[in-house]
Each structure stands twice: as C-alpha cells, then as structure tokens.
Design a protein around this ligand. Structure first.
Ligand code: FEO
Ligand code: CA
Ligand code: CA
Ligand code: CA
Length: 748
C-alpha cells in the first residue's frame, strides 16, 4: 500500500467488517414495536430543567440567554447564537462571523529548541522530536504559572494529542518507495505515529507552542509501555521482547482520547492490526490453533502484508516485530512475535505531566478498535464507569465499571498512574445489546458466563483471554452489531451517553454474506446518489451511508446498571433526502451532516460538539463540526421506516427517535479544507479558547503526483500562510485555535 489513495482509504480497516459471528442481527425487531413515548417521562427530564440553568442550556432544547457575572460586568450569552456556516468545498477553514481561527501546531513542527524548522518538502527527519502526522483526539491539561498541574488554568497547558496515521506520500521527497522499504523511510513513518505532548502558552493574548518546553515529548510505536491489568503476564502476551508478557513497545493508530479526573490522558488504539504482517502459510504454522481464530476476528488473515511494509525494511529490530508469523520453535511464543498483536488494541494511559511515569495499556478495558473513552458522571463512593466503542462495521459498544469506588481525593493525587492502577486495572467489562422495544442490556464479559465459557468457536482459557479477545466474547453473548461505533460522550447534566455510529455501507434490508440486517438500533439502509470526486469516485453509496448518533440512559442514572433505555438522537442525512426514510431528524441546510465521528461535550458550556469524517457527502461539502444542544431520551417519538423487499413484501422497522433538530438546537460551526477530517477537541476551562484538529487535508495523492503540486487536492495550511510551502505547499495535518472576537465563549 505504498500508493495509498483516498479510494483505497475508503477500504481502511475501520470501513471493513470482520464480524462474521453468528449472533443475531435481530430480524425479530422488524416487527412493529410499541410506542415508547411514555417510558421515560418524568424524573430525569424535570430534574434537568433546574440543572441546565447553570450550564446555560435549555432542557427543552430552546436557545437560552443567560446572564453571567464576569469581572464585575454582566454579559449576556446566547449559546448557538452564531450564524450557521454554509457547506463548503473551499480549501480553507470556515468559521462563523465574529470568530477567529489560527494554526497552532502542524505536522513536523519542532518540539525541541535544537530541531530545525519543518521544510515541508519530504526531506525532514527526526519525527521523534516533531509533531507527528494525522492529529486526532486531543485533551487539555492545565499548567500554572509555576509550571505544575492546574486544572483551572486557561492560559497555559499541555496539549496531548494522537497522531493516528500518516499521509505516507508527503513524508518523502518523491513519495514512498515500494517494498522492501528503505530503513530511512520506515523510520520516519514509524516516528510520525503515536502521541504528542506539547506545551502551549498565551503570549500577548494568543496561544503559541513553547518549542523549548521541558514537558514536550513524543510517544511513538517504539516507546516502552507496560502491559497492565488482568492480561499482564498472561500466556497470550509473551513475546521475544517480553518473555514475561509484561511489556510491549509503543502505541499505534491512536484515534480518540479521554481525560481522567486525576489528570492523565487515555488514548485509544484503533486500526492497529493492519500494521502487522502474517506469512502466507501462517495458519498451518500455528497448526490452526485458536490464535488463528483470534487473528481472523481482529482482521489479520494469513498472507496479509503490513500497512506500510515496515516488516520488509530489514531483518533486524525494530522492523522484525512487524512480522507476527509463527517463526520460532518454542511452545510459548517467547522466541518470536507470534503474540505481538495481543499487545495492541487497548486504552493506554499516559501522564502528560511526568516523563518518568510508566505508560500503561489498561487491558481490563478490553481489546478492540478503540475510539474515545468517556467517563460516566462521578459519584463519591460509587464505581467509575467508562464508555467505549469499537469502530469497525458490525462491531460493538462497551462499558467498563471499576471495582474500586470513587474517592474524590484521588483527583489530586501526586502519583497519577497509581490512581489509574486503582480504577482501570480491576473492573467489569460489558457489551451492549439493544432491544427493539427501546430497552437494552449490558452483558458482562466474564469467563463465568456459560455463553462465553462454552462458546464453541473459541475456547477461552481465562479472564485475560476474555478481555484480549473481547470481540469474540461479545459474539458469544449475542451483542448488537452496530454501524461502526466511533466516539462517545457523556452529557454533563443528564449523564446520558451519546455514541456516534459513523456509517455502515454493509447494512442492508436483505443482507448477503458479510452484510448486516436491519434492527431498531441500526434501522436505515438506502442508496445515496452522489457526484464522483477524486477522493471518492463512486456515483452512489448504499447502506447506512450517513450514520447516526445513538444515546443511552442508564437505569436510575446508575452508571453501574446492567440495563438501560436508548433512542436515536440524530440521523445524519442530506437535507434534501427522503424525510420518511433517510432525513428522519428533519435536518436543514444549516445543519445537515454525514458520518459523525468525534463527539465531545464541553465542560464549560455543556454544548455537544459533533465532528465528521465523511467520504459520502464530499461532493457537496468538506468535513465539518456542528454545535448541538441535545435534550434527553424520550423527547421525540417512535418512527417507522417502511421498506419494500425484492419480493414486494413490506417490512416496517420502528425505532425511538429524538426530537427533530431545530435552528436553536443544532448548527454548523466549522467546515474544514479539502479532503480532511475534523477530529479532536479541547478547550480552556473558561470555554473561551477551543483547539480542533484538521486531519489529513489533501490526503488523496498518488506517488506519481507527489512532485506535481497542481495535483494536490489541498495546500492547507501553507496556503493560509502557516509554515513553509506557500500557495503550492504540501498539505499538513494541524491543530487550530478558535477564539471569539468579543472574548466570549466558543459556541455563543
Ligand atoms: Fe480513527 Fe474510527 O476513527
Ligand atoms: Ca449524496
Ligand atoms: Ca475517528
Ligand atoms: Ca472515522
């Protein structure tokens, strides 16, 4: 894949399903279901009214003007008071009138005083000391003037951000060399992945990075990392690098993030499997043992090449570890990397304030294509809950509930990773099952569950095996196959959990092998016509093309509950799409979107920010970010979508749907440059500065076109005056800073 174009990107690992398990897709839900309008009235909704006031939100979804006391002045603020941004195909960042966006930190920017400025011509090296590529999830960690943790600081901080992937061609002067990969090219590409910790500080009223900060650092796919939790030391984790099964190197394809209450970063490993190669006869080499079942379920069939061919660079370390074939004679895997893949696919905890603190993979939270990790509302003396999604077609929604009960004193503990050990290494992992009547169940993935213990497809050895092969355990208990669970966020007032389901081109009314039938929680399949573009040459797409956002309310507001209610908050759609089958949330041109991905609730304003990673509405608009004021589960009604099968019989799918969006509850705030994705969002505690990542502008590029700037789809941010290259520069992933010109909060 040394000539990766956007067309191939459409077949990225997270666009492909590996879930061929036989658990039901709930054809039974195709029956009409009872209206659930009356199910959730009362308690939560009425309590919300009072609580929304403090956040300046309206429980009934109307725009609310609130007066806030600021430095002696009474200032009126109307959330969603800005004028919506129109859809755009321009190669620039478009934001509302009255706001300013500037570039802060981009691919290649130096993180030490000794690192030269980025030339942006493919000749730069030393990415261990530069910003990585494809900036993604991001969190803000405040610093005091004295340079210590200060959660209330709005003018100095560490930004911790993921570098999910690379636009490989632009990292090299003449594009990437085919396999076998030159070591120099592989080294650059490996180091351009991982995580950045970069200090940012306000000077003269504007944020800038601090190039010489002692906090700055990169975590790469080669950084030492501990295996922590139930799978630490397990037989599945043993490699030639760590015969004890307690350590691995690095983190890769980091997508969403989370911020712990004790001040550490959680980063999710998403499409990690594709970086590792397997020999053509590896199934037989493994005697077709159960590791083959596991590898296939996680998307690594024998004969698969590494995504960037790093395993071909040399027959030495660190390239050897990217070949996970069984090559040695040992019985336990301590003489090769046959178990290397079991060291990836976790939520990883990093202390951004302390370079000496161990970095840990929290295995108890399960192994899958992790996106974000969102905390349930904290309650003293109650377990800590985290919500997570597995982004691949037909994969599942998970939650983790800690064994330890929350002690508020831990929020300010000096040893932050020790606090992580307490809450994140011991707990219960659950997977979600969505019932057609609007109820749902969290099913614990425990070796004691007979459905798991006696699962014929895969014989689990112990609880470590269950968390490492969480997808298989979830298959065993009949979890609901979702339309690619991306980020999730927890409403700061209601505690309801919002999950983006980005899209699923294999959702069908009448599925064939490898496709997924309709159910109440994934109720749409349709054909969306489009104009072919360079980055997506198709003239139509089918399935759940535009994605949706589902939300969950735990029973009695208890994040440790094993039952919940759910509805679909919003359906992505073109505003001109069929209102009876596609545009079910009545989106207008000021708010229509496709492929929701990032989702973050502001801790300052309470606004729900929705970001898109879309290839299907791209003939009409670049990817975008919207601001929303959601209501609560039960504020809408049941909708029934009527389908006609090939034999002309009619099938009705009913689903609980949130209240339709209005101009005062959902508004487009930003549109990015060409061929980008909008992802990652962090804010200052005062809500007046927002950081957003513009990922992979102009990533559709072939090797042949790298040296011809007229063929680039984007020149941003060079074209906006940032860094080297000017109007014909190579595009770069970058972090932007957004402020409001009147000094107000973002989203007002
Ligand atoms: Fe990295 Fe599923 O987005
Ligand atoms: Ca279309
Ligand atoms: Ca994503
Ligand atoms: Ca995505």
């Amino acid at each position: 894949m040394n000539d990766l174009t956007r067309q191939e990107h459409l077949a990225d690992p997270d666009d492909i399903g590996n879930n061929n398990s036989g658990n039901p897709t709930f054809d039974s839900v195709l029956q009409a279901r009872l209206s659930r309008r009356n199910v959730l009235r009362g308690g939560v909704a009425s309590a919300m009214g009072a609580m929304f006031g403090s956040l300046g939100l309206s429980a009934c979804g109307g725009t609310t003007a609130v007066a806030t006391q600021q430095a002696g002045n009474v200032k009126s603020e109307t959330l969603l008071g800005f004028t919506a941004v129109a859809k755009s195909l321009a190669d620039s960042v478009v934001i509302p009138t009255g706001y300013t966006a500037t570039v802060l930190y981009a691919l290649g920017d130096p993180l030490t005083g000794a690192t030269p400025a980025y030339r942006n011509d493919g000749t730069d090296t030393s990415f261990e000391n530069r910003a990585g590529d494809h900036a993604d999830g991001m969190e803000y960690f405040g610093l005091s003037a004295a340079g210590v943790r200060d959660d209330n600081s709005s003018d100095r901080a560490l930004l911790a951000m993921n570098h999910e992937a690379i636009t490989q061609q632009f990292l090299h002067a003449n594009g990437a060399t085919a396999n076998p990969r030159p070591i120099g090219e592989a080294d650059k590409e490996i180091a351009a992945h991982g995580v950045s910790i970069v200090e940012v500080k306000k000077a003269n009223g504007a944020f800038a990075t601090v190039q010489s900060s002692a906090f700055n650092r990169r975590i790469t796919p080669l950084t030492p990392i501990e295996i922590s939790g139930v799978a630490r030391g397990n037989a599945l984790m043993k490699t030639i690098h760590s015969p004890a099964g307690t350590a691995t190197r690095g983190t890769i394809n980091n997508c969403g993030t989370g911020r712990t209450p004790w001040g550490t970063l959680l980063t999710g490993e998403e499409n990690w499997a594709g970086y590792f190669a397997r020999g053509a006869a590896d199934d037989l080499a493994r005697a077709n043992d159960k590791s083959v079942t596991s590898l296939k379920r996680y998307g690594r069939n024998q004969g698969a090449a590494g995504r960037h061919g790093w395993e071909t660079a040399a027959n030495t370390e660190p390239y050897l570890r990217f070949n996970i074939s069984k090559l040695g004679a040992s019985l336990d895997g301590t003489d090769d990397y046959r178990n290397e893949l079991n060291g990836f696919g976790y939520i990883v905890e990093i202390d951004p304030y302390d370079k000496t603190a161990l970095i840990k993979k929290r295995t108890a939270m399960g192994r899958f294509a992790h996106e974000s990790a969102a905390f349930g509302l904290l309650g003293a003396g109650k377990p800590v809950a985290l919500y997570m999604g597995d982004d691949s077609q037909g994969e599942y929604i998970y939650k983790y509930v800690s064994t330890a009960n929350w002690d508020a004193a831990d929020a300010s503990a000096a040893n932050r990773i020790a606090v992580g050990d307490k809450y994140l290494d011991s707990g219960k992992l659950y997977v979600a099952k969505f019932n057609a009547d609007g109820s749902g169940e969290w099913i614990e993935l425990n070796i004691a569950n007979a459905a798991i213990a006696a699962y014929p497809t895969y014989i689990f050895a112990d609880q470590a095996d269950v968390v490492v092969n969480a997808r298989i355990a979830a298959d065993a208990v009949g979890a609901t196959k979702m339309d690619r669970p991306e980020w999730c966020g927890v409403h700061p007032v209601t505690g309801e959990i919002y999950y983006t389901l980005t899209n699923n081109l294999n959702r069908r009314l009448e599925p064939v092998a490898g496709q997924y039938g309709l159910d109440a929680a994934n109720p749409r399949a349709y054909t969306d016509p489009r104009t072919a573009t360079l980055s997506n040459p198709s003239t139509s797409n089918s399935g759940n093309v535009n994605g949706h956002i589902i939300r969950v309310a735990e029973t009695a507001g208890n994040h440790a509950a094993t039952t919940f209610r759910w509805d679909i908050y919003l359906f992505g759609a073109q505003s001109d799409a069929d209102p009876a089958r596609v545009n079910l949330s009545s989106l207008t041109g000021d708010q229509d979107f496709s492929s929701p991905d990032g989702l973050v609730f502001s801790s300052a304003t309470g606004l729900c920010w929705i970001q898109t990673d879309d290839a299907y509405y791209g003939d009409t608009t670049n990817c975008m970010m919207l601001a929303a004021i959601p209501g609560a589960i039960g504020d809408g009604s049941t909708k029934t979508i009527s389908y006609t099968k090939l034999d002309n019989s009619v099938v009705n799918v009913s689903t609980p749907v949130g209240k339709a969006a209005t101009a005062s509850t959902l508004k487009r705030f930003l549109v990015g440059p060409v061929d980008c994705e909008i992802t990652g969002l962090a804010e200052t505690p005062d809500g007046k500065t927002m950081f957003v990542n513009i990922q992979h502008p102009g990533e559709t590029i072939s090797k042949a076109n790298v040296t011809d700037p007229t063929k680039y789809l984007s020149h941003w941010p060079a074209s906006a005056g940032y860094g080297a290259g000017g109007a014909t520069g190579r595009p770069r992933s970058a972090t932007i800073v957004i402020t409001k010109n009147d000094g107000g909060r973002i989203g007002s």
